[in-house]
Design a binder for this molecule. Structure first.
Ligand code: GRG
Length: 338
C-alpha cells in the first residue's frame, strides 16, 4: 500500500461521511446556511470538486494514525469529521480576519455572502466539530474515551486561537523573534496536526509511549507543514495554491522567509520599510531569495520533516504498512506545491 492507493480508497468515504454529517446536523429548512457550508467544503457552487475541497490532510492523519496502531478505520470516522470541520471553520474565520477574498482558487464565503453571514456559517461549522466528536460514543467508544477526545479538541482549539492571535498581532510588530514565530506556528498549525495523530492513538489500543511519539510526529509535521506554507506564501504559484499573489508579503505576515530577510538583508529591510503593492511582490520575493531566505526555509522544512520521521520511528519501532504511509505523507508534504 502507498499514499496514493490509501487516499483513493479512503477519501471518498471521508467525503461521504462529512456530507452526511452536514445533512444530519444542519436542518434542511436552512437551505442557504447549508449551502454556505457545503460551498466552503467544496461540494457545491462554482469550481466545486477536489481542488475546492482541499487536501483533507487532517482526517487522513486521524485514520492513518489509528490504523498504524492497529485500529479499524471506520471506528474513528467521527473524529476525522470533527477535525475536518474544525479546520474548515478556522479557514472561514481566517479569511474574514485576513480580508482574503480567494481560497482554494475560488471566492471565500465572506466574499460571496458577506461577513456577518460568513461568521454565522463558521460558527455553525465550529459547533459541528463538537457534534461529530460526541458521536464517537455511538461508534463504539466509551464515554470516558469520548470525553478525553473532547478535552483534546478543546485544548487544541485554545492553542489554535492563541496562535492565530499571535499571527495577527505580529503583522504590526517590528520586533518578532524567531522564538515568537515558533510559538505562533505551534499554535496556529502544529497543534491541530498533532491533535489528529493523538486522536488516532487515543482511540486505538496503543501503548502510552506510542501515543506520545505519534503526537510528537504530528507536532513536527505541523511545523514543517507551516514552514512549507510560508514558502508557498511567497514563491508558490497562485494558479496552484489558489491564494492571491504574494499574499504573505502584501499582508505583512511575519513568516519565516520574511523574518530571515529582515534579519539578514539590508536591501529587503529598505524595501519592506516602504509602502508596496501586489505589483512589487516579484521584486521583494527576489530580494528574499538573493538573501538566502528560500534556501533557509527549505532547510528548515527538511529538518523538521526529519524530526517528524524520528518520532514516527519511535512510535513504531517495527514499521507496519500504515506507519509507512504516514512516513510517505510526511515526505510528500515537504514537497507539496499547494
Ligand atoms: C479555533 C475558535 C477557533 C478559532 C480559530 C481563525 C483561527 C482561530 C485560526 C486559523 C488558523 C489558520 C488559518 C492556520 C493556518 C493553517 C494552515 C496551514 C491552513 C492551510 O491548511 P491546508 O493547506 O488547507 O491543509 P486545505 O485547503 O488543504 O484544507
Amino acid at each position: 500500500m502507498n499514499l496514493k492507493n490509501y487516499m483513493a480508497d479512503r477519501l471518498p468515504v471521508i467525503e461521504e461521511n462529512l456530507q452526511s454529517a452536514l445533512s444530519q446536523i444542519v436542518p434542511a429548512d436552512y437551505p442557504e446556511l447549508r449551502e454556505m457550508l457545503a460551498y466552503h467544503m467544496g461540494w457545491v457552487g462554482e469550481g466545486a470538486g477536489p481542488r475546492a475541497q482541499g487536501k483533507r490532510i487532517r482526517p487522513l492523519l486521524v485514520l492513518l494514525s489509528a490504523e498504524a496502531c492497529g485500529d479499524e478505520w471506520r471506528r474513528v470516522l467521527p473524529a476525522a469529521a470533527s477535525v475536518s470541520f474544525l479546520h474548515n471553520f478556522s479557514l472561514i474565520h481566517d479569511d474574514i480576519e485576513d480580508n482574503s477574498d480567494t481560497r482554494r482558487g475560488r471566492p471565500t464565503v465572506w466574499a460571496k455572502w458577506g461577513m456577518p453571514q460568513a461568521l454565522n456559517s463558521g460558527d455553525l461549522m465550529f459547533s459541528m466539530a463538537y457534534a461529530c466528536m460526541m458521536r464517537l460514543q455511538e461508534n463504539g467508544h466509551s464515554a470516558d474515551t469520548t470525553l478525553q477526545a473532547l478535552r483534546l479538541l478543546q485544548h487544541t482549539i485554545q492553542e489554535l486561537v492563541q496562535g492565530q492571535y499571535l499571527d495577527m498581532a505580529f503583522e504590526t510588530r517590528q520586533d518578532v523573534s524567531g522564538q515568537a514565530y515558533w510559538q505562533m506556528i505551534n499554535g496556529k498549525t502544529a497543534a491541530l496536526l498533532s491533535c489528529c495523530c493523538a486522536l488516532g492513538g487515543l482511540l486505538s489500543p496503543a501503548e502510552d509511549a506510542c501515543r506520545t511519539s505519534l503526537a510528537q510526529y504530528g507536532r513536527a509535521l505541523g511545523l514543517a507543514f507551516q514552514v512549507v506554507d510560508d514558502w508557498l506564501g511567497i514563491w508558490g504559484d497562485p494558479a496552484v495554491t489558489g491564494k492571491a499573489v504574494g499574499i504573505d508579503l502584501t499582508s505583512r505576515k511575519k513568516t519565516i522567509p520574511i523574518l530571515y530577510g529582515l534579519e539578514n538583508s539590508a536591501e529587503f529591510n529598505r524595501a519592506w520599510a516602504e509602502e508596496f503593492t501586489e505589483a512589487d511582490v516579484p521584486r521583494l520575493a527576489q530580494l528574499l531569495k538573493d538573501a538566502g531566505a528560500q534556501h533557509h526555509t527549505e532547510t528548515l522544512a527538511e529538518d523538521l520533516t526529519r524530526q517528524a520521521l524520528d518520532s514516527l520511528a519511535l512510535a513504531f519501532p517495527q514499521p507496519n504498512q500504515h506507519s509507512e504511509v504516514l512516513r510517505e505523507l510526511a515526505l510528500t508534504l515537504t514537497r507539496r506545491d499547494r
